[in-house]
Design a protein around this ligand. Structure first.
Ligand code: G6P
Length: 607
């Protein structure tokens, strides 16, 4: 996730306006920042790695000349945060500048072709191919609009871009495919941005750009065209009633709810990872004599789920370990043949880094899965993968958890393929299902949100909750429990359902709420047995189950239905979503702030 912005003013200097707008987009990325303006036939650029104010202190972002410009806040996905990798990116002759939010999947092929044609690349980003493609098209004599149009036809992936060129210095050309883009219109300016808050203090008249649309901004206003056939679309601006604070959360009352809703987009991004890194990591996992999956908090639950994925698909036994326990438990056993897959959203969690450091000194291979390129974990990993979720502001991890699961599932699938343990037909089936997971999550949110809200009202005064599941659903249960405990402050217990009769069942009395995660996998029958045991003791059963599972419906007091046909190894992704929502609405019902739970921090950098 990154933030893009552009503006054309009737009067005044664009740079200050861009600078202020980038601040309002900082929640979309903050590892680098940059601006480009056009003045008297020349492009002026300032960009660097660092937070906006750090960069501003060094370079003064406000003194670029000109009435037209673009800007960018970056959350690195391809290429570490650095000055050359910061946007805007320029063509060989410094006549075109581009800012981009998204991922260009086929950038390596395009880059190779462009290099043969003599283009010189300065950065390691996927974005830079866009500006060279446009340059190539302009050289053929196309207009800026046509050159951008031709370029995007060659791009695979997701993008919202804004382009300026000295050849037509009074225009900004924008295109959207799967990454957000909105236009703002006022009496004396026109704006483009990733999000409404960027221009909300300047105008409340906004036009939402849809996928496959191109927008040409000029002093005359804006013109929308379909990329497919170039036909014009007439769309009037809407009046936005949000306050600035509401706009930052896109109208949601809390970041956590916004981030729960962002999961389909983040999951789509995880399906666009670079093959090369997935393949490299799979090769290391394949070679390892033993694999430790090391993490804390929610990331540990992703590791727990992954241990089932690796075992079921690739027949690989792994050790999921809570990072703070790693050295005591396995420290002496780690050696040159060990591989550590460390999973950390922030890439900075002290306990995870301490475990990794220990293993590094014993010559183990370190692999990293993180959301932050440039974090310590990326620097000390032999190979790392960025999970592409964008910044998460709510302290409780939601979108970053499901993204981690999607990446780990892809690794397990690749390893299965490599090891020939599962038939091609099954692998293809699972790959197809993984592609559908973002839509399934979207549907779960859409259809179950109101139901979960109602359940939160019903159960808000319960003093304690049980979360039970078997097999991979144990991880789902543990994550559901963590969410409820950390943001609604309800003491909760999660157990593998089979183990519940060895102790925890003694707590159960009439009215005791038990959440069962019961997808229709091979554990279902036994889970039904566990539901009966709890019911017999008067527990109130809330089942998270596949839609239309009549048997469980009959047994449960309340149920949440998940779309049919999710393979067992992928169930944690959609099945955890109602549990995130349950925790969220319970917190709201109980008057707790879900974004800022007491005593907790987003990134824990002490041991
Ligand atoms: C803290 C956060 C959790 C997070 C955990 C691990 O406890 O509050 O949300 O899951 O750290 O963080 P990491 O960045 O390593 O995934």
């Amino acid at each position: 996730m990154c933030g893009i912005f552009g503006c054309i003013l009737k009067d005044g200097e664009a740079a200050k306006i861009i600078h202020a707008a980038l601040h309002r987009l900082e929640y979309r990325g903050y590892d680098s920042v940059g601006e480009a303006t056009i003045h008297e036939g020349k492009i002026f650029v300032k960009k660097d790695q660092g937070k906006i104010e750090e960069v501003h202190k060094i370079w003064n972002l406000d003194d670029l000349p000109g009435k037209i410009g673009i800007g960018h806040t970056r959350w690195a996905t391809h290429g570490a945060p650095s000055q050359v990798n910061a946007h805007p990116h320029l063509d060989c002759k410094n006549e075109i500048a581009v800012v981009h939010n998204g991922i260009i999947e086929n950038y390596a092929e395009l880059k190779a072709e462009l290099e043969v044609k003599g283009h010189v690349f300065r950065s390691k980003t996927d974005t830079e191919v866009i500006v060279h493609l446009i340059e190539e098209n302009l050289q053929k004599g196309l207009s800026l609009v046509d050159a951008v149009h031709e370029a995007v036809l060659q791009l695979e992936g997701s993008y919202a871009i804004a382009v300026i060129s000295v050849k037509e210095p009074d225009k900004i050309v924008c295109v959207r495919k799967e990454s957000p883009l909105v236009i703002g219109v006022s009496e004396d300016a026109v704006y483009c941005a990733s999000d409404i808050p960027a221009f909300l203090p300047l105008t409340n008249r906004a036009v939402v750009v849809n996928d496959g649309e191109m927008v040409i901004l000029s002093h005359a206003g804006y013109e929308i065209r379909r990329v497919l056939d170039g036909s014009q679309i007439i769309r009037e601006p809407e009046i936005i009633e949000w306050t600035a604070e509401m706009a930052e959360k896109q109208g949601y009352p809390h970041f956590m709810l916004k981030e729960i809703h962002e999961q389909p987009i983040c999951l789509r991004n995880t399906l666009r990872l670079q093959e090369h890194y997935l393949e490299l990591m799979t090769t290391f996992l394949d070679r390892a004599a033993e694999v430790y999956l090391v993490a804390c908090g929610t990331s540990y639950h992703a590791c727990l789920a992954a241990s089932y994925m690796f075992s079921k698909l690739a027949f690989l036994a792994t050790h999921p370990v809570i990072a703070s326990e790693f050295i005591e438990r396995y420290g002496k056993a780690v050696n040159i043949d060990s591989t550590i897959l460390a999973v950390s959203q922030s890439g900075e969690t002290a306990d995870t880094l301490a475990a990794v450091d220990w293993a590094r000194h014993r010559a183990a291979t370190i692999l990293g899965l993180t959301n932050v390129i440039g974090s310590t974990l990326t620097r000390i990993s032999r190979v790392y993968i960025c999970q592409q979720s964008g910044p998460e502001i709510g302290v409780a991890a939601t979108k970053t958890f499901t993204s981690q699961l999607s990446v780990l599932a892809q690794l397990a699938l690749r390893l299965a393929k490599k090891r020939g343990k599962v038939s091609h037909v099954e692998i293809e089936y699972l790959e197809e299902k993984l592609e559908k997971i973002p839509d399934i999550v979207e549907k779960v949110i859409e259809t179950q949100k109101e139901k979960v809200k109602m359940l939160a009202k019903k159960y808000r005064d319960k003093q304690v909750f049980f979360f039970l599941g078997r097999g991979i659903s144990t991880a789902t249960a543990m994550e559901g429990r963590l969410k409820l405990m950390e943001i609604a402050y309800i003491p909760s217990i999660a157990y593998p359902a089979g183990e519940s009769k060895h102790g925890p069942i003694s707590l159960v009395q009439p009215g005791f709420p038990v959440v069962f995660i019961c997808p229709p996998d091979e554990t279902r029958k036994t889970v039904i047995g566990n539901i009966m045991e709890m019911k017999a003791r008067g527990a109130e059963i809330i089942a998270v189950m596949e839609e239309g599972d009549e048997e469980i419906k009959q047994l449960a007091d309340d149920y949440i239905e998940i779309v049919k046909g999710v393979p067992d190894v992928l169930t944690p992704i959609p099945y955890v979503v109602p549990l995130q929502l349950l925790a969220y609405y319970m917190a709201v019902e109980r008057g707790c702030d879900p974004d800022k739970p007491r005593n907790l921090a987003k990134s824990v950098t002490v041991k």
